[in-house]
Design a binder for this molecule. Structure first.
Ligand code: SAM
Length: 222
């Protein structure tokens, strides 16, 4: 299916999906499983932008513990053995988590779960929300972002990725106004111009360091 068709389908289904599917955990999970079974998200596995959050994390936490919320198959995150202490991925789709586990990477663990209610007694140096925030409502994403600092180590940071700032304005606003300080913003490029971004949030704004450099980002999202 072409990228243009995927985008058009996504726009047509956005409102019913928001109103009827997402609020119900089981239907939401079944919808994501179906999408993974149809291979609609397989293209993500070949994306190279997974290097960006890992090099960002390296700047505040070498050898980090990482929590990846809405991790998908996690295949696009190049977790080199020895470069991280532990990686834990959570996703609502059993199929995505089965594929993630099948990668058999060392020091990784996975859970099928809804990030809207996710909690843990563990603490993490980095919490990733890559291309997932807009599958929650604005209120749910704000509530999640406000809860996450409690799951961070003292050096921990949250990294939120959006593929296109202009198309996800409501969520960019949530990220900027949720009350958890944005300490860095790394734009991602689609073709010639800036489009998406990695937002780095910290429990406190002690060391603000907005970055101006950019990186190549994703071109499409179904
Ligand atoms: C666009 S994919 C991104 C996957 C991965 N983070 C990446 O960037 O390659 C969105 C992922 O969010 C997951 N997801 C959506 N809503 C979720 C929820 N409420 N709880 C957990 N995972 C969710 C989907 O199953 C899907 O794997």
């Amino acid at each position: 299916m072409s990228n243009g068709l995927l985008r058009a389908l996504s726009r047509l289904t956005r409102i019913p999906v928001r109103l009827f599917v997402r609020p119900n955990r089981r239907i939401n999970a079944a919808m994501w499983d179906t999408q993974y079974a149809l291979g609609l998200w397989s293209y993500l596995d070949g994306m190279s932008d997974g290097t960006v959050p890992l090099s960002l994390i390296e700047t505040w936490a070498p050898q980090p513990t990482i929590l990846d919320l809405g991790c998908g198959t996690s295949a696009n995150l190049p977790l080199a053995p020895g470069s991280y202490r532990h990686y834990h991925g959570v996703d609502i789709s059993r199929k995505a988590i089965a594929q993630a586990r099948a990668l058999g990477r060392p020091n990784t663990s996975f859970d099928v779960g809804d990030i809207r209610t996710f909690d843990s007694s563990e603490r993490y140096d980095a919490i990733l929300l890559r291309e997932v925030i807009y599958y929650l409502s604005g209120a749910e994403s704000a509530a999640l972002l406000r809860r996450l600092p409690a799951l961070l180590t003292p050096r921990g940071r949250i990294v939120v990725q959006v593929y296109d700032v202009s198309q996800t304005g409501e969520f960019v606003e949530v990220i900027r106004t949720c009350g958890v300080p944005v300490v860095a913003e790394v734009p991602t490029w689609l073709g010639d111009g800036p489009a998406g971004a990695f937002f780095v949030l910290a429990a406190s704004a002690e060391h603000p360091s907005a970055q101006s450099g950019g990186v190549d980002g994703r071109a499409v999202a179904p």
